[in-house]
Design a protein around this ligand. Structure first.
Ligand code: ADP
Ligand code: DP6
Ligand code: CO
Length: 358
């Protein structure tokens, strides 16, 4: 029997608190601004990808959730696969002439997301991170997470951050070749373990405008984006990094909500305008704002921070001690959605993850 060359890897999504929205180089996926996210650590939002190399395969093929997804020549999937094959050849095969020439075999890749794909829950982030990790494992590549971050970035920008856990910054970089545009860990999750992320699935429909095309339209038409990338994001990156290192939830919450608002404002400032949030999204914002107002009035500071990616689904960051109360609050306003709220960050006793209970 011939040897089977196969590897499986899984990666979680990350949800940005300083949003990436805009490319200065669309081919290499170099961003117009740095960004910062939290990688979720529970199992609700993950991509799991298995890659297999075999001399009998006739073409590189990807199945996403059981359906074949075209690998376009020169496209993002092809770029990642080609680069990983090149590294296999340049390292393992070059150093050991007896190593199997996996770089010359076609690959079959099967990936599953355990949550809605292309619905604004960062499936491209976990998807490309898992794809790159699985091929790197298949090829036994002796490379650092930084190298994998650079490759994943060329699949989907946000994917470069999912190679790390905890609080992660994607530094925009200055080199035109993208060699310094990669993610670094600002702090591991263990640094601030009582920060939780409540995922509120408002809709699992595929979004109308993909992140890729939406952000390009914004770059081409929005004057507000220019102000954002020059005058706003650099200071926010510094301030939120400091807030994370100091476990200052008030500052973390203020900046997170302000940045989500500004991202959706630049989407609206795009020609034609892009709307990612819907009425339920806006109602959740109103609930969080009121909840914080009461808490601030009681001298207790901010208790919750909402953020929305390119879709209507809310992510609420909060300290563990307040999570149950927030779930009760959200579910009381949207009882028909009971079960659609999951706490996705933080360490729980096994099987004791907090699901929405009215
Ligand atoms: P999202 O908000 O879910 O990230 P995007 O518009 O950024 O939505 O990207 C969605 C696209 O990402 C999908 O249409 C698909 O091409 C790609 N993608 C999603 N999941 C995976 C995966 N597991 N493996 C490979 N590619 C994926
Ligand atoms: C709103 O990384 O999905 O989620 O690089 O074109 O694949 P491409 O876009 P993508 O954009 C993510 C946008 C965002 C904000 C963020 O994750 O930082
Ligand atoms: Co995406």
């Amino acid at each position: 029997m011939s040897t089977v060359y196969q590897a499986t890897a899984s990666a979680p999504v990350n949800i940005a608190v300083i949003k990436y929205w805009g490319k200065r180089d669309t081919k290499l996926i170099l961003p117009t601004n740095s960004s910062l996210s939290v990688t979720l650590d529970q199992d609700h939002l993950r991509s799991t990808t298995t890659s297999r190399a075999d001399p009998s395969f006739v073409k590189d093929t990807l199945w996403l959730n059981g359906k074949e997804d075209e690998i376009k020549p020169g496209g993002r999937l092809a770029t990642c696969i080609t680069e990983l094959k090149r590294l296999r050849q340049a390292t393992v095969e070059n150093e050991d002439p007896t190593a199997p020439k996996l770089s010359t075999y076609k690959v079959h890749i099967a990936s599953y997301n355990n949550f809605p794909t292309a619905a604004g829950l960062a499936s491209s982030a976990s998807g490309f991170a898992a794809l790159v990790a699985s091929l790197a494992q298949l090829y036994a590549l002796p490379v650092s997470p930084s190298t994998l971050s650079i490759i994943a970035r060329q699949g989907s920008g946000s994917a470069c951050r999912s190679l790390y856990g905890g609080f992660v910054a994607w530094q925009e970089g200055v080199h035109p070749d993208g060699s310094d545009s990669l993610a670094i860990q600002v702090a591991p999750q263990s640094h601030w373990p009582n920060i939780h992320a409540l995922i509120c699935v408002v809709s699992d429909d595929k979004k109308g405008t993909s992140s890729t095309s939406g952000m390009q339209l914004t770059v081409d038409t929005s004057p507000l984006l220019q102000h954002r990338i020059k005058a706003v994001v650099p200071q926010r990156m510094k301030d939120i990094s400091k807030a994370i290192l100091e476990k200052d939830f008030d500052t973390f919450a203020r900046i997170t909500m302000a940045d989500s608002n500004q991202f959706h404002a630049v989407a609206l400032d795009t020609e034609p305008p892009i709307f990612y949030m819907n009425d339920v999204s806006r109602a959740i914002i109103a609930v969080v704002v009121e909840y914080n107002r009461l808490s601030l009035a009681n001298g207790q500071g901010y208790k919750a921070a909402y953020t929305y990616d390119a879709g209507p689904n809310a992510v609420i960051y909060a300290e563990e001690k307040n999570i149950k109360e927030i779930i009760q609050l959200v579910v009381s306003f949207f009882p028909q959605r009971e079960g659609a709220f999951k706490d996705n960050l933080g360490v729980f006793p096994p099987g004791a993850e907090v699901n929405a209970q009215a």
